[in-house]
Ligand binder design. Structure first.
Ligand code: UDP
Ligand code: MG
Length: 322
């Protein structure tokens, strides 16, 4: 199998026939062995029925029906786990992404990249303040903080080489950060502009609250990016600063008292002392627990600590000692 296209579906019955038609037109012209995996994320409309019909009609369509609505990330993760292709392309099912862009993504991938990200350049032309500005800010923030320089993390349409995506485990709403996971696996990442059409049918499943959830996910990603193999440095660092602040305010309080300027109860310093020192101690202990947890994380599943691109001269068996 050369190519797997993975598509999450939640209440998109109206879009599906046209989507499949366009997929067929593009993929059939590619001279590749391909499959399209639709993951129905517990739709409550007739999407499952439509998907069953389409799967009967086209043998390259594979369908996974989830029992309930788990969210876009879990749907994508399920599809990725079932994908057999050397290249995995993810895209939305609401016709906002165009299958006709897939060949260009593949061409770029063949230039030697592991991830080619779609960039919807012409999006939100008329909604500058409510949509375009928040989206640009979020993307700039993610790009700066993660060191993976893309303009459009939210665009699902991206192509991945199997090696960088097959071991990815996506939790929560983390699908927009797959390129960052790919960077952790040592992947080479680039982007190309892709077309964007606003939804024809139905409406977006997300509202304003997505901004907060993206921010929280970003914090977590940054922490994982920098400290996953040394959490004590993070917790311990913050903890030590806190303890120092506590010791400083204690010193200041005692100084005021001894020089007769202010009594202990006249300043908030004793409260600061207690607060900073206890928070600091708790953070240090957290760091120790985190260190124990990452040992379990890596060793229980036999996860490698590093990703090797290649190994040379390792195939030869060790010489027999006799
Ligand atoms: N989706 C899903 N499960 C959900 C919500 C959305 O599988 O709980 C799918 C949906 O069918 C679509 C894609 O995820 O193919 C993106 O969703 P949507 O268009 O609502 O998001 P937006 O384009 O506004 O980011
Ligand atoms: Mg959409």
């Amino acid at each position: 199998m050369d190519l797997s296209v993975v598509i999450p579906v939640y209440n998109e019955a109206q879009s599906l026939p046209e989507l499949v038609e366009r997929l067929h037109a593009t993929l059939a012209s590619l001279q590749l062995k391909y499959e399209v995996i639709f993951v129905d994320d517990g739709s409550r409309d007739s999407s499952p029925k439509v998907l069953r019909q389409l799967a009967e009609e086209y043998p390259w369509i594979k369908v996974i029906l989830l029992r309930r609505n788990y969210g876009q990330t879990s749907a994508l993760q399920t599809g990725i786990q079932h994908a057999r292709g050397e290249i995995v392309v993810l895209m939305d099912s609401d016709l906002e992404n165009d299958p006709a862009d897939i060949p260009r993504l593949l061409d770029k991938l063949r230039e030697g990249y592991d991830v080619v990200s779609g960039w919807r350049q012409n999006r939100w032309q008329n909604q500058w303040f409510t949509r375009r500005l928040p989206s640009m800010t979020a993307n700039m923030l993610i790009s700066r903080l993660s060191g993976v320089h893309l303009h459009d993390y939210g665009c699902t349409l991206k192509a991945y080489r199997r090696e960088v995506i097959s071991s990815v485990r996506l939790y929560g709403r983390m699908h927009r950060f797959i390129p960052i996971y790919a960077k952790w696996e040592g992947g080479r990442i680039t982007e190309i502009p892709v077309s964007y059409q606003p939804r024809k049918y139905g409406k977006s499943h997300y509202g304003f609250s997505r901004i907060i959830s993206v921010l929280l996910d970003l914090l977590l990603i940054i922490f994982l990016d920098r400290y996953i193999q040394r959490p004590m440095q993070f917790f311990g660092g913050v903890g030590l600063v806190s303890i120092l602040l506590g010791v400083f305010s204690m010193g200041l309080a005692i100084y005021y008292k001894l020089t007769g300027q202010k009594d202990l109860v006249q300043t908030p310093l004793p409260i600061f002392t207690a607060l900073f020192i206890s928070v600091g101690v708790v953070l240090l202990l957290n760091g120790i627990i985190a260190e124990l947890l990452i040992r379990v994380y890596y060793e229980a599943a036999d996860r490698p600590l590093v990703q090797t691109r290649d190994k040379l001269n390792f195939e030869t068996p060790l010489p027999n000692p006799s």
